[in-house]
Design a protein around this ligand. Structure first.
Ligand code: CMP
Length: 139
């Protein structure tokens, strides 16, 4: 089925001017960027987005990092987009990511891992609604 998923190009990647190279990976995999905006999140906004991780030991560091520089938030659309995006991103820890994936090529560490992608249909819907109004998504 055609799905939509929420993607974030993280501060480590925007700092290194990698937005275009990462977007090319999505497009080469058949994902369409149907919404996109660059934002500088506050730590509070990052904390709200990652609320499911609030009890994890890395939560504070994660929120600081996500607010440290601009991010690019995006909606990706395509056949099986949620799983396909996760394939293109590679494993969370770049040391485990397969060759050719975004994290294998660009990520610096498990925390500064260049991209975020929704993990399931329910979270994709929630995460898209967190950042985008319906009218901003142009399929
Ligand atoms: P993401 O897919 O954005 O979802 C939660 C993020 O927490 C994850 O990517 C990682 O960047 C980050 N994360 C996971 N594990 C660790 C860790 N051990 N230390 C720091 N950050 C982590």
């Amino acid at each position: 089925a055609i799905e939509r998923t929420l993607s974030i190009i993280k501060p480590d990647a925007t700092n290194r001017n990698l937005t275009g190279k990462i977007n090319a990976k999505f497009e080469e995999a058949g994902l369409r960027i149907v919404a996109q905006k660059r934002m500088h999140l506050t730590k509070e906004q990052a904390g709200k987005f990652y609320a499911v991780h609030a009890e994890r030991p890395f939560y504070d560091e994660l929120c600081e990092f996500m607010a440290s520089a601009p991010v690019v938030v995006q909606v990706l659309e395509g056949e099986g987009a949620i799983a396909k995006n996760r394939e293109v991103m590679g494993a969370t820890n770049p040391a485990d990511a397969e060759a050719g994936t975004i994290r294998a090529e660009f990520a610096e560490s498990v925390g500064e891992n260049s991209v975020h992608g929704s993990d399931a249909p329910e979270t994709a819907a929630e995460e898209i609604a967190f950042f985008f109004a319906g009218l901003e998504i142009v399929g």
